[in-house]
Design a protein around this ligand. Structure first.
Ligand code: GLN
Length: 474
């Protein structure tokens, strides 16, 4: 069986010594994927494609012309388009849809000789935090198969956790890369909004959506970021800022000033072992000479409502394109245009997606726009200003990634508000656009992974990565 390598550097060393080939690696992963089919991590495995691609990379390595990612076998979340391949966003409504172009991120990965091994299960249209809204069923956590993977990029996280590929891409709108990474004991990076192109990503909430990576090491996160980041003529929200060679510049950090949210230790909604773990790390950091201080964040209770009002509003607009006419599922019972719309959408979307389209339409409706949507935009601005002010004084904000570790499958499905509240610590970076990373920080008494999150200033991913590497060695 193929082993789980800590970083691409290890793989490259073994390739150099002639111990493995990329084709051999892909064959190993393919075997492991079928042996672990019960985890439900993949919606489709690109078996033949991946093998052909691996052979090409092997021959480029021999000729000495291989790119930076030669040896990287990567899985993509099923909302990231790859030309000539199906993409479903784990929804019935995209049944039969094949991408006619590739997303910029996929093009950039392939240009550097990564091999894409398959598309991963996720919450339907990335709406969820446990991968239970997927049309294809939940993904199981590899540590405990009765528990969720986290979401919405749950398949991507479990694919890496179970060693079914080396790294994976997810998308993070309100925590969907960071939270599953923390449930699976991995590194999950959400870069600054505007750092990585969204071209070819199936849109959920466009002012929040960002592509991120799920990896075992900070080095791999740095490498993937430098390959994927930077201006793209197809996404006008990208910042025209040069992309540093993140992976070559990881160095030990100087003493830092770190803030943590007081409420993450006082709130009854946070699991006691999650709190104890945070305290343990605060003490470790202090012992290492960093300044770590509690802060009060007066908008904490407004984070989740503001996020959900805005994300649902944007979703209701983005998802209006699924009409049973342009592409994807069309109800066989359609008789005319209106019944095509109604039936295709009623039958094609799952319950959670419908709930969000309805709520999003409501908050944008003429009578309620000012009361909800416009107000939430103002709250978003206040949250951004306050967060920026904190990050003027401190280098990082440290918070648990999630209030509790991976929970039982089926536990919260019945009460959506409980699920929404569990995004409390991830949506701050999403509302403000700040970069954030979830880092593995040990296990609880049941052996379930715990994650801690660091948030920093816009476009300071290098500092974030430097500190993360050091943090993992604490
Ligand atoms: N749990 C959040 C939501 O359902 C975040 C999802 C995401 O980041 N895609 O909106």
């Amino acid at each position: 069986m193929v082993k789980s390598y800590a970083s691409l550097i290890e793989i490259k060393n073994e390739i150099k010594k002639g111990e493995i080939t990329v084709e051999g690696l892909v064959r190993g992963y393919l075997k492991k994927i079928s042996a672990n089919a019960h985890l439900n991590a993949f919606n489709e495995v690109f078996e033949q494609d991946a093998l052909v691609c691996a052979q090409k990379v092997d021959s480029k390595i021999k000729q000495g012309i291989a790119g930076k990612l030669a040896g990287m076998v990567i899985a993509i979340k099923d909302n990231i388009c790859y030309k000539g391949h199906k993409a479903s966003a784990s929804s019935k409504i995209l049944t039969g849809f094949t991408s006619v172009y590739s997303s910029t991120v996929v093009e950039r990965l392939i240009a550097e000789d990564a091999v894409i091994i398959g598309r991963c299960n996720c919450d339907e249209f990335a709406m969820g935090a446990s991968n239970e809204t997927s049309f294809f069923g939940p993904v199981k956590n590899h540590v405990d198969n009765t528990r969720v993977s986290g979401g919405s990029s749950g398949g991507s996280a479990v694919a890496v956790q179970a060693g079914l590929c080396h790294a994976a891409l997810g998308t993070d709108t309100g925590g969907s890369v960071r939270q599953p990474a923390s449930f699976c004991g991995l590194v999950g990076l959400k870069p600054t909004y505007g750092r990585i192109s969204r071209h070819g990503i199936i849109a959920y909430a466009s002012s929040f959506d960002q592509v991120g990576s799920i990896t075992r090491s900070v080095e791999d996160a740095a490498l993937l970021l430098e390959v994927m980041a930077g201006p793209d003529e197809y996404d006008s929200t990208l910042a025209d800022i040069g992309v540093p060679s993140y992976s070559n510049n990881i160095h030990p950090p100087s003493p830092k000033k770190i803030a943590y949210l007081q409420e993450s230790l006082s709130s009854p909604g946070v699991d006691s072992e999650v709190k104890a773990n945070l305290i343990k790390y605060i003490e470790k950091l202090r012992a290492e000479g960093h300044i770590v201080k509690p802060i009060a964040f007066e908008y904490l209770d407004y984070l989740v409502p503001a996020y959900y009002i805005l994300a649902m509003a944007e979703a209701s607009s983005n998802l209006s394109r699924y009409d049973g006419v342009h592409y994807g599922y069309r109800s066989p019972a359609s008789t005319d245009l209106i019944s095509t719309y109604k039936r295709s959408r009623s039958e094609g979307f799952g319950k959670e997606v419908k709930r969000r389209i309805m709520l999003g339409t409501f908050v944008l409706s003429a009578g309620y726009y000012d009361a909800y949507y416009a107000k939430a935009q103002k709250v978003r601005r206040l949250i951004r200003e306050k967060t920026d002010a904190i990050l003027k004084e401190y280098d990082f904000i440290l918070v648990p990634t999630a209030p509790e570790p991976a929970f039982q499958i089926g536990k919260v499905e019945k009460d959506p508000v409980v699920t929404y509240l569990s995004d409390i610590f991830t949506v701050q970076a999403s509302l403000t656009g700040a970069p954030a990373i979830s880092l593995p920080a040990g296990n609880n008494s049941k052996g379930l992974p715990l994650g801690l999150q660091l948030i920093t200033r816009h476009f300071e991913e290098q500092e974030l990565l430097n500190f993360s590497k050091y943090f993992l060695e604490l």
